[in-house]
Design a protein around this ligand. Structure first.
Ligand code: ATP
Length: 378
């Protein structure tokens, strides 16, 4: 096994499409790293550079201690799983999984011919490994079927099996769940987490889905326009986003942003006014423009605030514009003056559309961002 490192890596397509811009990222041995970001942010390009499917324009890529910029893909000891499973349609599941192993043994093929005993041993070894992997993934019953006789989820498991059976140093996965329906996606997500725990192989996983990123990654690397914005454990990224982009990308429903000013030791945006979050006073000047960030889940119906204290400092009044019942909670579209605010509310709330009601915010969950640079102020 081995870690993976990007050292000042950039990738330019053609003359001027800067897909990855000066990326520095170290993925530890055995780590599950998720690269996440909106479409076009450069995550697939980053993954393909590890695989050797794209040339690096500048910088170095290391697998373990070895610089691999000029190493052909087949010699990098990696295995890839893509969104489209790319199974061999004419081979059954068993042969699809065994194919890579057989190919590897082909090098010694002539030698095997002259040593029939070894050929038998190799065949048995491949058979044992294929069956082990099939059992691990629950696809034993389908070993003799062709890909077209399988469901999407089963095909994706075969693709995983084909990658796992080779025991690579690094797994590279590019949106491997996006062709599956919602239920199967959640199920397969859990399977992948379990598999990673069992095998402990360094994994780099690309997705645009922040829920997948949050649930699967030991750490997540958030990219935008080819630039790494933040890399940390999911809960750190959620609690302490480095900038407004990360704050808005991670979390669902997304964070509310309100343009505000520092006035008299408070942060005031439209009709909202809160004391400055602890630790900020020294960093902010009177009159400074900031963006105030409030997560929907940090807002409570004032009558159901539980352990959150209710006082004039953290209370605001809003009109309920829309209420979306999700079963376990409501997503409420509030209006404070003209400003729309999203909140998630307990289903015990008695507020109704059109009501004017009091809401409280957990002050320690307020975020402030520089109005110009968008960096978090803390
Ligand atoms: P998606 O989630 O849509 O796959 P992504 O974050 O994986 O997006 P990339 O596919 O890495 O992004 O693309 C990054 C940028 O590079 C985009 O602007 C894209 O248009 C551009 N790009 C990608 N591949 C090529 C290529 N072969 N030639 C030219 N430009 C490319």
């Amino acid at each position: 096994m081995a870690g993976v490192a990007f050292k000042k890596v950039s990738k330019v397509y053609g003359k001027d499409v800067l897909a990855v811009n000066d990326l520095n990222l170290e993925i530890k041995d055995g780590e599950f790293m998720v690269l996440v970001g909106p479409s076009g942010c450069g995550k697939t390009t980053a993954l393909r550079m590890i695989a050797g499917l794209e040339e690096v324009t500048e910088g170095d890529i290391l697998i373990g201690e070895r610089r691999v910029n000029d190493v052909p893909p087949k010699d990098r000891d990696i295995a890839m799983v893509f969104q489209n499973y790319a199974l061999y349609p004419h081979m059954n599941v068993y042969d699809n999984i065994a194919f890579g192993l057989r190919l590897r043994e082909l090098k010694g093929f002539l030698w095997q011919l002259s040593h029939p005993g070894d050929a038998k041993r190799i065949k048995e070894d491949i058979d044992r490994r294929v069956r082990e992997v099939a059992e691990m993934l629950g696809i034993e019953p389908y070993l003799m079927r062709k890909p077209k006789e399988l469901s999407g989820g089963q095909r994706q498991r075969v693709a995983l099996g084909r990658a796992i059976v080779r025991k690579p140093k690094v797994f590279l996965m590019d949106e491997p769940l996006s062709n599956l329906d919602a239920k199967l996606r959640i199920q397969t997500r859990a399977e992948l987490i379990r598999l990673h725990r069992a095998l402990g192989i360094t994994t780099v996983y690309v997705t645009h889905d922040q829920v997948e990123a949050m649930t699967m990654g030991h750490r997540i690397a958030i990219m935008k326009d080819g630039v790494l914005q933040q890399c940390d454990q999911p809960e750190v990224v959620y609690r302490h986003p480095a900038n407004r982009f990360v704050a808005g990308f991670i979390g669902s429903p997304p964070m509310n942003f309100i343009e505000a000013k520092i006035t008299g030791g408070k942060v005031i945006g439209g009709e909202l006014s809160f004391p400055l979050p602890a630790g900020h006073p020294g960093l902010l000047k009177e009159g400074e423009s900031v963006t105030l960030g409030m997560r929907p889940e940090a807002i409570f119906d004032a009558r159901l605030a539980g352990s959150v204290p209710v006082n004039p400092e953290n209370t605001f009044r809003a009109t309920i514009d829309v209420l979306e019942p999700l079963g376990h909670e409501y997503v409420a579209y509030l209006k404070v003056g003209d400003h729309p605010i999203l909140a998630t509310l307990d289903t015990a709330t008695e507020v109704k559309v059109g009501d004017v009601a009091d809401f409280v915010v957990r002050l320690e969950d307020l975020h402030l961002f520089d109005a110009n640079t968008e960096a978090a102020i803390r």
